[in-house]
Ligand binder design. Structure first.
Ligand code: NAD
Ligand code: UGA
Length: 458
């Protein structure tokens, strides 16, 4: 079979795997190959058991794999063959040296850039798909310009805005696709080629262009604004718990103002996920680098409020349960950082689990998709932890339930039956406000929602 374009993606993670599956699905005329240094990951992408759980992804991958979508560890071959290369490697926070805990660790993309340079035998378009610090494209261009033959590379920025759990919908019907480029003739030509790929299924007016630095910055700013909305509503949960206002009523009232909108106002134990924290801290680091200390402090506060929210939740459990958790059994309902994903990166549940174990509580963890990751996250912690998929079995004999993830299945459980099987007095801490609190109280539970008055029998 001949294809009219060879597309390569370096990095077969959440973003690389899902975005390339969508491109291959929508564009059967292109050959799309996803490569990774991790052979286990590639083997999983080639198996019946994909490395990530994302609703709808399984079906797409299994339909087109081997047709025009390929997963491989042959990076060099992939680079040689490709006309367009997406770079979707991880960009974690640095854990060493200058900028530890704040700056992005750029070793992965730099290795990738050098490998592209080394293996290329023809000119290529390089697309930054990972979230990079502003002006990374400049460094990428510098490395790629070290070529000794006639090869030319155009670097574009094309940040990804998908959210886990809804990735397929987000990729199929994105609010916008952003492409940043230089204003040179070759860069504009490269930009138009990338537009042509997306135009296979996305209306042209949703594909927007900008200068390359605006594109890189827009990704960090988008995540900062989203996290800021959640931190803002979460900051008022503390206020509501003191004043008997109800956070859901407040969120509804302000969300109906069309200037504010209703999305991202759902109170929680705190936002998690692999990107919000690292991207905001990276933004803060860049602000300080440019001497913009007030701006840095402003955005750092968004992260600080999130840490405060998690601390507050753990402390509320301790206080409500008579200031001692030693020897008590607490069941965590959910461990994923949000519903509909198996991802637990930066999940607030990790923080809460650690805090409860420090108080010498015994933990039972239940989650429909994330138990394997939970085991890895809590591996080596000195405490008693068990992992049980069935929520009824998991909560049996527990003193308390703490809802960590807003999985739909928790809403429909038979809490009468659960109450009967628990130690009394039985407690529920609803870290996502998804349960019917009045009904739980009537059953006999002592109920502690987020941002609302608690309902207790004592
Ligand atoms: P991930 O950790 O799931 O995947 C990254 C992959 O890159 C890994 O499989 C790793 O083995 C591979 N890799 C690293 N160095 C490599 C190299 N030199 N050659 C080949 N492969 C290499 O990460 P992710 O969640 O897919 O995120 C990737 C980027 O996309 C990050 O910058 C992230 O901020 C951004 N992003 C993530 C999301 C999300 O929902 N996860 C959404 C938007 C943007
Ligand atoms: C987020 C952004 O939404 C994506 O646009 C972005 O591409 C992605 O980060 C990224 O760069 O990685 P994601 O982290 O997958 O996506 O999921 P979100 O839906 O944003 O949720 C993040 C966290 O905030 C979760 O823990 C979620 O439970 C929490 N959240 C979300 C709330 O507590 N309240 C809300 O109203 C919304």
């Amino acid at each position: 079979m001949t294809f009219n374009k060879n597309i390569l993606c370096i990095g077969a993670g959440y973003v690389g795997g899902s975005t390339m599956a969508m491109i291959a699905h929508k564009c059967p005329q292109y050959k799309v190959t996803v490569v990774d240094i991790n052979p286990t990951r590639i083997a999983q992408w080639n198996s019946d058991d994909l490395p990530i759980y994302e609703p709808g992804l399984d079906k797409i991958v299994k339909t087109i794999r081997g047709r025009n979508l390929f997963f491989s560890t042959e990076i060099e071959h992939g680079i040689k063959e490709a006309e367009i290369i997406f770079v979707s490697v991880n960009t974690p926070v640095k854990t060493f040296g200058a900028g530890t805990g704040m700056a992005a660790d750029l070793q992965y993309w730099e290795k990738t850039a050098r490998q592209i340079l080394k293996c290329s035998e023809s000119s290529k378009i390089i697309v930054e798909k990972s979230t990079f610090p502003v002006r990374t494209a400049f460094a990428m261009e510098r490395i790629l310009s070290l070529t000794e033959n006639d090869i030319h590379f155009d670097v574009l920025s094309n940040p990804e805005f998908l959210a886990e759990g809804t990735a397929i919908k987000d990729l199929e019907y994105p609010d916008r696709v952003l492409i940043g480029s230089r204003e040179t003739p070759t860069s504009i030509k490269a930009r138009d080629e990338l537009i042509e790929i997306y135009a296979n299924w996305i209306p042209k007016d949703r594909i927007i262009t900008s200068n390359i630095w605006s594109s890189e910055l827009s990704k960090l700013v988008a995540n900062a604004f989203l996290a800021q909305r959640i931190s803002s509503i979460n900051s008022f949960t503390a206020f509501c718990e003191k004043s008997e206002a109800d956070i859901d009523e407040v969120a509804r009232a302000i969300g109906m103002d069309s200037r504010l909108g209703s999305k991202f106002l759902i109170p929680s134990i705190g936002w998690g996920g692999s990107c919000f924290k690292k991207d905001i801290l990276n933004l803060v680091y860049l602000c300080r680098h440019y001497g913009l200390y007030e701006v840095a402090n402003y955005w750092e506060a968004v992260v600080n409020i999130n840490e405060y929210q998690k601390e507050r939740f753990a402390l509320n459990i301790l206080t409500a349960m008579f200031n001692t958790l030693a020897g008590k059994k607490i069941c965590l309902f959910g461990f994923a950082f949000k519903a509909n994903t198996s991802d637990t990166r930066e999940s607030p549940a990790i923080f809460i689990a650690n805090k409860l174990i420090q108080e010498r509580a015994e933990l039972v963890i239940t989650d429909p998709r994330a138990l394997n990751n939970a085991k890895i996250d809590l591996n080596g912690i000195d405490g008693k932890i068990s992992y049980i998929e069935d929520p009824y079995e998991a909560s049996n004999g527990c003193d308390a339930i703490a809802v960590m993830t807003e999985w739909e299945i928790y809403k429909g459980l038979d809490f009468e039956k659960i109450y009967q099987s628990m130690v009394k007095p039985a407690f529920i801490f609803d870290g996502r406000n998804i349960l019917n609190h009045k009904r739980l109280f009537d059953i006999g539970f002592n109920v502690f929602p987020i941002g609302k008055a608690s309902l207790t029998h004592f």
